[in-house]
Design a protein around this ligand. Structure first.
Ligand code: CA
Length: 255
C-alpha cells in the first residue's frame, strides 16, 4: 500500500480522487492548498510515497509547491495536474521539479496508471539506494546498467541514488532527468529522436509538446557540459533529436 498526498482545492475532485485511490488500495490524505501541503511535508515530516499536485491552487500554486519541495531536498515523486489549454504549464511543471504531469480534465484510469508508474520508479529507487553499488572506478566504461554507475570525462552518474558527481559538485537529478540521461547514454553515439524520448523514456503521448525535452536538455547541459552553450557530450541533431557522446573526438559539435 502506498500513501498518496492529494493537493487539490476543489473538494469534489479531491474526494473523488481519494475514493478511487483508496479503491486501488492506497492510503490518501488531502491538502486543500499549497501551504498546508508544505506544512505536512516539510514541517510535520509526514511520510508519503507520491504527491498528486494540482497547479491551480489558492495562494501558492503547484509550481511554487514543487519548487519548495525540491529546494528542501524532498524528492518525492510528483504527478502534476495542469490545465490542458496551457502547454506552457507542462514546461513550467518540469522546470519546477514535477516528475510527470496530466492535463485536466483527465481520465481516472490514466491518472491511476501514471501514479502507478511513478510509484514503481520510486520503489526501484528505494531498493537501489539500499543496495551496494559498484564503486565508480570499477564500472565498466561505456556501459551502464539499471543499478549502475556511469563515468565519463570526470563525471560520475549513479543511477541508483540519482546523483551526478562532478569535479566540484554533487547534483541530485530528478527521476525524469535521470531517465532521459540514462536513455541517451545507453544509445551512446546514436541519434535519439524527440518523439522516441517522449514515448519510450517518459511514456508521454506523442502529441506532447517536444519543447519539454529541450528544456530538460538545457538543464542536463548545465550539469554535464563545461560550456553549456558549446556542448560536446549532449549534442542537438537539428530537426530530429539528440545524441550523447561519452568521449567526443576533436571537432565534434552540434549539427
Ligand atoms: Ca485546483
Amino acid at each position: 500500500m502506498s500513501r498518496v498526498l492529494v493537493v487539490e482545492d476543489e473538494a469534489h475532485l479531491a474526494q473523488g480522487l481519494r475514493f478511487n485511490l483508496e479503491a486501488e488500495g492506497h492510503s490518501v490524505a488531502i491538502a486543500g492548498d499549497g501551504e498546508s501541503a508544505l506544512q505536512r511535508l516539510l514541517i510535520s515530516h509526514e511520510e508519503f510515497d507520491a504527491i498528486v499536485l494540482d497547479v491551480m491552487l489558492p495562494g501558492k500554486d503547484g509550481f511554487a509547491v514543487a519548487r519548495e519541495l525540491r529546494d528542501a531536498k524532498v524528492y518525492l515523486p510528483i504527478l502534476m495536474l495542469t490545465a490542458r489549454s496551457r502547454p506552457e504549464d507542462v514546461l513550467q511543471g518540469f522546470a519546477s521539479g514535477a516528475d510527470d504531469y496530466l492535463p485536466k480534465p483527465f481520465e481516472l484510469a490514466i491518472l491511476l496508471a501514471r501514479l502507478q508508474g511513478l510509484l514503481r520508479r520510486s520503489d526501484w529507487l528505494r531498493s537501489a539506494q539500499s543496495a551496494n553499488f559498484q564503486p565508480a572506478e570499477k564500472a565498466d566504461p561505456g556501459s551502464v546498467t539499471d543499478y549502475g554507475v556511469f563515468s565519463f570525462s570526470g563525471k560520475t552518474i549513479n543511477f541508483g541514488t540519482l546523483q551526478l558527481q562532478t569535479d566540484n559538485n554533487t547534483i541530485r537529478l530528478t527521476l525524469m532527468e535521470a531517465e532521459l540521461l540514462r536513455h541517451l547514454i545507453r544509445n551512446n553515439g546514436r541519434v535519439v529522436a524527440r518523439k522516441a524520448i517522449l514515448e519510450d523514456v517518459w511514456g508521454l503521448r506523442e502529441d506532447t509538446d517536444t519543447r519539454a525535452i529541450d528544456n530538460f536538455v538545457v538543464r542536463l547541459r548545465r550539469y554535464i557540459e563545461k560550456d553549456p552553450a558549446k556542448p560536446r557530450h549532449l549534442l542537438t541533431v537539428r530537426g530530429i533529436g539528440y545524441r550523447f557522446i561519452a568521449e567526443p573526438g576533436d571537432g565534434e559539435t552540434s549539427i
